[in-house]
Structure formats: C-alpha cells, structure tokens
Design a protein around this ligand. Structure first.
Ligand code: ATP
Ligand code: MG
Length: 567
C-alpha cells in the first residue's frame, strides 16, 4: 500500500485524555480514533491488526472444530426475560424500543440468542456435541469506559458456545478450548497466564480467565512463587490455621470511642491491634441484610460472601440501610446483641479472637473483651477474606505473590444455567428430554489489540510482532524528488509485494525527519530506507524490535527479507 493512498493520520503530540501508553500510541500512530466515550473507529492500520488477531483466533477455533456463525446484535427483550437477565443484568445492558414500542437489547453477550436458536433445531443427542462461535460487536454501557480499546462500550468479542449431552463431553471441549486459547495468546506473543476465576453474573461453575500480565491491568492475580497455582484475587483461597490464644474470656465492657471511625483509629485509641478487632460489615444479599465479620487487618471478599450466603447478587448495604437495621453509624457496628433473625457469617480468622474489640451498635461506643461463641453466635465460618501477599499458596506449595493482569479471555462451564429456564432440551439415548449442558468461551478481540499494543512498544513507537504487524515491511525512500531514490523504492516495493510480502511504501513528499519519526511510531518489523547511497545500490535496514541497523545491497533484499520472516 502506498502511504499517499491510505489514511494514516499520525499525531506529534500525545492526546491529553489518553491515560495509558497503548491508547496514546494507537491514537498517535493513526490506528484508531475515538467517536465518543468508549466508542472507537478503527482506521486502516488498526483494522489490519484487528484482522490478523481475528485470523489467528479463527484458525485455532477451526482446529478444535468450533464453527463460525454470525448472530444478531439486536435482540428481543423476551429472550432476556426468559432467563431473567433482562432484570438482573442492570445498567450495562443497552436497551431500546422499536417503532411499535417493543423492547430490545443490544447484545452484551449471546447465551440467550444461541440457546433459542439451537432449541428449535437440535432435538437429538446424536447431533451433539456442537460448538459454534462468532466474532461480533458487543455493547455494554460500562460505568467507566477507559484505557481506549481496553474497556469500550462497543467492542469486538469472539464468543463461542458449546452444547453437550454429557458432562464428560463438556469437560473435553473445555480442555480443547483451554488449549486453543493458550495457542492463540502464545501466537500473539503475549505474556499471559490462565487463572482460576469467578463466574460473576453469568452463572455456572468451573471457569478460567486468561490474563495478560501488565501494570495497567485492572485485575489482581494471586500466584504461587513455587507452583503453577494462579487465581483471580477474587477467587484465591486462604488456607490457614489461626492459632487461638489461651487467655480466658473476660466479661464484655462498654467503652466510649468518640470520633474513632476506622479500625486503626479504634485500635490505637483502645491500645490494641487491628488483629484483635472484629470488623463488622453489612451486605445486601439479594433482598436480605446480612452481617459479615473479619479480623480488623483483613479485607472481606464479596465474591466469597456471595458464595457462603447463597445470594445471586451481593452489594454493600448503604449507610441508610445500616442505620435502619442497627440504629447507628457504620463506624460503630458489631455482632453483639443483633436484632433477631439477622444472619451472621464470619471469616475463619475471627474464630480465634479472644477478648476482641468491636462496635456496640451505638454511635461512638465500642465493646472490649468480646469473644465469639461467648458473646455472639455465627451461622457459619468460612474463608471470606482476600488473600494477602505472603499467605501460603492454597495448593500447599510456596507463598502468594500478586501481579496485575488484563483479562483477555474467559471460559466457563455453564451447565444447564441457560438451557433449563429456556426449556432448551434434546432427547437422550433413552428418549428422555434433557436440557443441553453448555459451555461458553469469550475473547476480547479489540481488547487484545490494546494488550498487544501495551506490551510491544518503546520510547519512539510500536514494535509490533510479526504475527500482528499491520504490514511486514516499511519501504521509505527518503527524498522522493530524487529520481534514483524514488525509483529504487518503487522497484523494491513492487518486488516484495510480488513475493507475497505485506509492504507499506512511504511515497509522501515529507522531510526525512517526519518520515523516520512516523515509521518508528507505526513500528513495522522491518524498515528499508532508500537514501543517498541508493545510487551505489546500498540500503539501510532497521529491525524495529531491537532498533538494530544493517546495510543490505539492493540485489540481496529478497533473500534477506525471506530469511528475516522465515518464509
Ligand atoms: P471485565 O471483568 O473486564 O468487565 P467481563 O468478565 O465482563 O470482563 P466477559 O463477559 O467474560 O467479560 O467477556 C469476555 C471477554 O470480553 C473478556 O474476557 C474481555 O476480554 C472482553 N471484554 C469484556 N468487556 C469488555 C469491554 N468493555 N471492552 C473490551 N473488551 C471487553
Ligand atoms: Mg464486565
């Protein structure tokens, strides 16, 4: 492609509203443009990267017999009502009405659509298993769209769905997907890990997230420094025996703690440690207010609270809810003398506290000498806190360390979460109607472009890996008014194209400085500069990844290029 015929609007300045490097460079190098918050256009170079990412995904999907389809983005509300997600999905779902006032959603995901599609078509176990996938725009009204393509409101996803007659068949496809995903991210050159994850609002059991390790990641991964164990911090288990002190439990004592709101303030004021305080939180579990206790130095993990309480949705109670339940401010609540019927769950660490400190459910007042079992009862103890760096790894090998990750893929075993409410059944080998057993498998295609962009860059621009570079070779005649330079550049461009290489020719009448700066910014793997020594047949070649430069003779270009790209 000739640069004069393409559309590559590079920018000298870093756009002020772009916070992370990938977003800044994608804008500066002319790969994308923002339309409005979280909504982007892909310009020619960005589209080519996207296309290459899609191609790798398609090849790996087809390799495990996952077959491509294309489903509608515009989805009738009735399907989402069948599963109840019309009501539970919340504000992220973009909703609209047609001219007859019928309600629709713009697809945030496609479980409902695909389940309704298959329930009318696949009636026999003989036609299972079946795995279908699509690459399509998804719409989610994210609360905080940010970091460019990383969290958009309209973004491209590869979503696959599998249908099975038996759990074993689902296990097999899940393992195949795990392998295919690993292949995809490895081929993209990404530094990634598969981690154990929570299934969030989508329902279901087994699932893994694929995380690209990156400082700008929004997720925290807890991994063992001495084993393959890695989990999203939401899911990482804490397995610890907390030693219980042998001191006798003393009678509860009420103490005034005016203006002491946080655990550390209260601990300091009462001359004790946060470890000896019982932190009390109120959660809204579906429609019920529940009390959750942890040690003062620990953080409660709401995903674990959700599991122990059995609730579908979990959220912190508002200060108003707390006041209504306990007649005090959240800084003074505690588990002693709770109203009848309030369920209390506690983290395992709380069990070993003797003579602890906790709120007295009265503004500005705490209790001393509080001991679980003696002074309050707990419905269930469990692992309810976030793991901390230095905790033992739950697999028994090594200690936990943290890293930041960008979630680029997510695979779930759904089971019958969707097929049951949607009455999507097949006849098994006994002739009995059974709901399909399902899996679903997502990849953030446009997010991957940003993740690759984040990883492959240096101070002057992108350093695209060969697998996804928008073109392979940049041919840059320095001065196109010089006949020799222009003609040599044209000749090399035509030759390499004819050999099947993807070549960008900078045929612009720009100053050398501008051309070089743009070439570095765009970051194609190989740059062939045709300058003053073209008359002698000498070209300067730059390998973008290392910024190493070498000289090639014009006649050896084809062989050297083939060697470089191993073609
Ligand atoms: P997140 O926790 O980042 O919001 P999610 O759990 O909502 O992700 P899924 O519903 O599992 O994501 O979607 C599958 C994949 O789609 C994700 O692994 C991610 O790569 C991508 N994705 C999700 N939301 C966005 C978004 N707003 N912009 C770009 N990609 C996204
Ligand atoms: Mg999300």
């Amino acid at each position: 492609m000739r640069q004069t015929l393409s559309f590559i609007p590079t920018l000298r300045e870093t756009p002020a509203d772009a916070e992370v490097k990938s977003h800044q460079l994608l804008l500066r190098a002319g790969f994308i443009r923002q339309n409005t918050s979280g909504i982007y256009s892909f310009l020619p170079l960005g589209k080519r990267v996207l296309h290459k990412v899609e191609k790798i995904i398609r090849e790996e999907m087809e390799a495990i017999n996952s077959v491509e389809v294309f489903m509608p983005a515009l989805q009738q509300a009735e399907l989402w009502q069948e599963t109840g997600r019309w009501y539970s999905y919340g504000d992220e779902l973009m909703r609209l009405k047609d001219r007859n006032d019928r309600e629709f959603a713009l697809g945030a995901t496609h479980e409902e659509i695909i389940t309704s599609l298959l329930r009318d078509e696949i009636k026999s176990y003989k036609k299972l298993p079946l795995t279908l996938y699509q690459i399509q725009s998804k719409f989610r009204d994210e609360k905080r769209p940010r970091f460019g393509l990383l969290r958009g409101r309209e973004f491209l996803m590869k979503d696959a769905y599998s249908f099975h007659a038996t759990p074993e068949s689902l296990d097999k496809t899940y393992d195949d997907m795990m392998q295919a995903y690993s292949n995809i991210f490895r081929r993209l050159g990404l530094n990634f890990r598969a981690v154990i994850a929570d299934s969030g609002a989508i329902g279901g059991k087994d699932n893994h997230e694929f995380m690209v390790l990156s400082e700008i990641g929004e997720d925290t991964i807890a991994y063992s420094d001495n084993s393959p164990y890695a989990a999203n911090i939401e899911m990482a288990a804490v397995q610890l025996d907390y030693p219980k002190s042998s001191e006798p439990a003393n009678p509860v004592e009420k103490v005034a703690t005016p203006d002491q709101k946080t655990i550390s303030q209260v601990a300091e004021f009462l001359e004790t440690t946060p470890e000896n305080c019982i932190k009390t939180l109120v959660f809204k579990a579906d429609d019920e207010l529940i009390v959750v206790l942890s040690r003062g130095d620990h953080e409660v993990n709401d995903v674990k609270v959700k599991h122990i309480s059995g609730a579908k949705l979990i959220d912190m109670a508002t200060p108003e809810d707390v006041r209504e339940l306990l007649s005090c401010d959240i800084g003074s609540i505690g588990p002693v003398n709770l109203p009848a019927g309030v369920r209390v769950f506690a983290d395992n660490a709380v069990k070993s506290i003797v003579n602890g400190v906790t709120g007295a459910n009265e503004d500005g007042v705490h209790f001393k000498n509080v001991t679980p079992g003696e002074d309050f009862t707990v419905e269930a103890y469990g692992d309810l806190r976030f793991v901390k760096e230095g905790d033992p790894s739950p697999d028994g090998n090594g200690t936990i360390q943290f890293a930041k990750g960008i979630e680029v893929g997510h695979i779930f075993k759904l089971g019958t979460t969707y097929s049951e409410p949607m009455k999507a059944t097949f006849l098994n080998d006994q002739g009995k109607a059974m709901p399909y057993i399902m899996g679903c498998y997502g990849i953030g295609v446009s997010r991957i472009v940003a993740a690759v962009a984040e990883q492959f860059q240096d101070d002057s621009g992108f350093t695209w890996p060969n697998a996804v570079a928008p073109y392979e070779i940049h041919v840059v005649p320095v001065n196109v008014k010089d006949d020799v330079q222009r003609e040599t550049g044209e000749e090399i461009y035509e030759q390499l194209k004819a050999q099947g290489f993807e070549v960008l020719l900078d045929d612009r009448k720009e100053r050398a400085g501008v051309k070089f700066a743009d070439a570095d910014l765009i970051g194609l793997p190989l740059r062939i500069t045709v300058g003053k020594r073209a008359a002698e047949g000498i070209l300067e070649v730059k390998i973008r990844e290392t910024n190493e430069t070498v000289e090639w003779h014009k006649d050896e270009v084809q062989d050297k290029v083939r060697e470089f790209f191993k073609k």
